[in-house]
Design a protein around this ligand. Structure first.
Ligand code: IPM
Ligand code: MG
Length: 363
């Protein structure tokens, strides 16, 4: 098995966490004698500074010539005054659109060991296991016209979807639900928005292809409350782009830290993998970042792009075992710093690799 992976580490804590993810993937692949090759390119703020653009052509070409792309994070406070199309985030959006992946899978799950980090009561989150399927190439992020007209003091963005765009992401979500608990919750604002009415009608149509999956609809405002009140009620949650951006961050509350969550974007020419967290400039370069979200993202690369289920599962088990052993990065240890072995970013990566070796030794 050969796989060519492009790493675009980006800004802030991106390089620190992707370094650990790459090291863990290498360890997992070596133990199973698979060949992974890695290349690196710039994106986001570092690319603005060095190349004058958030998405250099060379980065895009290399991404299109790879089997998978691992992105760290983009963004930094020094770019806050730039217009949206010049910002580090524009590099990420340009990459998403060029790679063509429209289905962004964002699992949000409760780790028993991290329940203390969540402001929600343990009996509410215990066993919660949600898979968000966020449409990633449509809606307000990409709809035109878009403009801030400074002369008139007006600004507008366009929320637009076609029936086909909704149907293709709905199919991905229904298929994933078939492999899980067979329940799909589609999120919209069909009581107000025409786009949402199209969304709901299309999802209902697609549902006829998947009679074994139970479909329900929720308005996004109600959903944001239900997710905190009864997260165990949800299996696969299908959303348009912006609703999914918001609800997936909200759901990090279930896990206890945004630093734990991975994501995979599938359906296009090249799959794109990113931890859900941002660039966290306040802790960048200090060895404080939690690499587990990036490491779990590495597991998704092995699963979805390399078909290495054993290795992917082993990485996920290793992360769980490390947490069980009481080791934490600082973001996970706030409740009781004395009670844990608190590790730096690199030490956490090393601990996962060490645990992984013991798991994969006989594979
Ligand atoms: C995310 C991020 C991005 C998004 C930003 C960085 C453009 O918030 O991946 O959730 O809004 O999609
Ligand atoms: Mg977001």
């Amino acid at each position: 098995m050969k796989l060519k992976i492009l790493v675009v580490a980006g800004d802030g804590i991106g390089p620190e966490v992707t370094n650990e993810a790459v090291a863990v993937m290498k360890e997992a692949a070596a133990l199973g004698s698979h060949e992974l090759t890695f290349s690196e390119r710039r994106i986001g703020g570092v690319a603005i500074v060095q190349d004058g653009t958030p998405l250099p052509a060379d980065t895009l070409n290399e991404a299109l010539a790879s089997d998978a792309v691992l992105l760290g994070a983009v963004g930094g406070n020094e770019f806050n005054s730039l217009p949206p199309d010049k910002r580090p985030e524009a590099g990420l959006l340009g990459l998403r659109s060029a790679l063509g992946g429209f289905a962004n899978l964002r699992p949000a799950f409760a780790f028993k060991e991290l329940a203390v980090n969540s402001p929600l009561r343990p009996e509410i989150i215990d066993g919660a296991d949600i898979l968000f399927v966020r449409e990633l190439l449509g809606g307000l992020y990409f709809g035109t016209p878009r403009e801030w007209n400074r002369a008139t003091g007006e600004a507008w963005n366009t929320m637009r979807y076609t029936r086909d765009e909704v149907a293709r992401v709905a199919r991905v979500a229904f298929k994933l639900a078939q492999g899980r608990r067979k329940k799909l919750t589609s999120v919209d604002k069909a009581n107000v928005l025409e786009v949402s009415q199209l969304w709901r009608a299309t999802v209902i149509e697609v549902a006829t292809e998947f009679p074994d999956v139970t479909l329900e609809h929720q308005y996004v405002d109600a959903m944001s409350m239900h997710l905190m009140n009864q997260p165990r009620n949800y299996d696969v949650v299908l959303t348009e782009n912006l609703f999914g951006d918001i609800l997936s961050d909200e759901s990090a509350v279930i896990t206890g830290s945004l630093g734990m969550l991975p994501s995979a974007t599938i359906g296009g020419k090249v799959n794109l993998y990113e931890p859900v967290h941002g660039s966290a400039p306040d802790i960048a370069g200090k060895g404080l970042a939690n690499p587990l979200g990036a490491i779990l993202t590495g597991a998704l690369i092995l699963r979805h792009s390399a078909g290495l289920e054993t290795e992917a599962h082993a990485i996920e088990t290793a992360v769980r075992k490390v947490l069980e052993s009481g080791c934490r990065t600082p973001d996970l240890a706030r409740s009781n710093p004395q009670g844990f072995c608190v590790l730096s970013t690199k030490e956490m990566g090393a601990k996962v690799r060490e645990t992984l070796k013991t798991l994969l030794v006989n594979v």
